[in-house]
Design a protein around this ligand. Structure first.
Ligand code: AMP
Length: 194
């Protein structure tokens, strides 16, 4: 199964992706996680991405497309994967289609988590507080100022993907405002139909 989880920052994509990993045994490919790992490791990609990420803007298509192309070639992706936070632009959506086309594969569905903008900011603040409570350093971009920029980037560049996948008949919309368990159950109901 090859899935995309779509939705603004804080919509719950990461949480739901982890549950899908457990249930379906396919990996979660989070470009945000991969970029943060590159930043921590101090690689060339990490150095190029760091300031952009700290500002809440999108890293270049060229960088993220290259990261994903390399990742989906790994053996654990043979039976599928969950794309979390990728694609985020129309150019990335075209790139993933081309990558899959070369492998004779196609997407099964794009699941959009539909959430209320006002609720998102509260979730981000809570995510940062939870990290501190767990003795971790919160993400540098999980603060209200940077979050506003991340949300603007979503509406400017990523929300167009809703129409893109709708036109392809792949879009499934789910109410992301219900409880985590209810959202998981709804995703499973939808996946049973694809
Ligand atoms: P996330 O963990 O998905 O919220 O991503 C954190 C940050 O990483 C984003 O605000 C972007 O700066 C960068 N990023 C992650 N995925 C992408 C992507 N697909 N395209 C461009 N930038 C990305």
């Amino acid at each position: 199964m090859r899935l995309i989880l779509l939705g603004p920052p804080g919509a719950g994509k990461g949480t739901q992706a982890q549950r899908l990993v457990e249930k379906h045994g396919i990996p979660q490919l989070s470009t945000g996680d991969m970029l943060r790992a590159a930043v921590s490791a101090g690689t060339d990609v990490g150095k190029r991405a760091k300031a952009v990420m700290d500002a809440g803007e999108l890293v270049s298509d060229e960088i993220v497309n290259a990261i994903v192309a390399e990742r989906i070639d790994q053996p654990d992706c043979t039976n599928g994967f969950i794309l979390d936070g990728y694609p985020r632009t129309l150019a990335q959506a075209d790139a993933v289609e081309a990558m899959l086309g070369e492998r004779g594969e196609k997407l099964d569905a794009t699941i959009e988590l539909v959430v209320d903008d006002q609720a998102l900011i509260g979730r981000i603040v809570k995510r940062a507080q939870d990290a501190v409570a767990a003795g971790q350093t919160p993400r540098k971009d999980d603060n209200p100022e940077v979050f506003e920029e991340r949300l603007r980037e979503y509406y400017k560049k990523t929300a167009a993907l809703i129409g893109y996948y709708h036109a392809k008949g792949l879009l499934r919309r789910i109410d992301g405002m219900s409880s985590i368990d209810e959202v998981t159950a709804e995703i499973e109901r939808v996946l049973a139909t694809v």
